[in-house]
Design a protein around this ligand. Sequence first.
Ligand SMILES: [Zn+2]
Length: 329
Amino acid sequence: MSRSKTASRASRPLPGPPLTKGRVGWGLLLPLLLLPGCRTRSQNAPAAPPPAARSAFSGDVAYGMLQAQCELGPRPPQSPAHERCKALILRNLKPYVDVTVTQPFTFRDDARHVTLALTNILGIINPQAKRKVMLFTHWDTRPTADQELDAADKKKPIVGADDGASGTAVLLELAHVFHQKRPDVCVELLFVDGEDWGPGEDKMYLGAIHFAQNPGPYRPEYAILLDMIGDKDLDIHREVTSQGLHPELNDRVWNAAAALGYGAQFPNDTKWQISDDHDSFNRAGIPAIDLIDFDYPYWHTLQDTADKCSPQSLKAVGDVMAQVVYDER
Ligand SMILES: [Zn+2]
């Protein structure tokens, strides 16, 4: 994931003050308070329905998957831990999906004088179904802690508990959930490589670009990207590009979150524009949205470790994704 808080980069905040939960609340209440004699909503309206039933997604199992990745150490391309992480994903994916596909490819980085060996991994549930939807995430981690202040620290690789391991952990546990209770549609779980190689955006999003340009028979109707969704203090706002291009798909996610009682983790406003793997998909004509908590203080630092993430956050995202998929017919 790449972002910038300045307007000089591709990613920038929306102009004007962001909506806050407080403002949304007052906006709804004020007309009622100003009408004398009018019955309030609470007197008139039926009691709010209880939250919809949540899925069998285990936050603890998912968090265990996050920890297992972190225990391998930083997992940038070219590292032994990168190879071990690929094996970990395949080992935990294969028993729960109908088909596993790997998509190996290479990327030449002339500045570093290396040719990266990269692999996208795809797990497919219900491959015979007519409709095909995709959930995706990146599984590699950043080779450089760019956001550290110390020059020596900046050169070190990050563990990427949130930035890499969290989305991967949720997709692996979702494979388990969909194995236990089958959705009606085909679900593709895609783990893309080389998202965070960098340092610049000309050397990022490598796996997403490769898949988007070579989807073969695996091209989905739409794709939902999970990136940095494990933060203990989870706040997933609607992302600007996603909201601009596919507001109806965003609506389905935020409606599911509200129905499941996850409104606090999914504040229903639009806040940041983020350059990420969804852009390559959208450019290739595959509708894609990005679910990302971009207020994570440990982004691209050596502090992006498992203790900053929580099973509860992983479960919130897993339940919402399961609901969106089960709602498909
Ligand atoms: Zn990153």
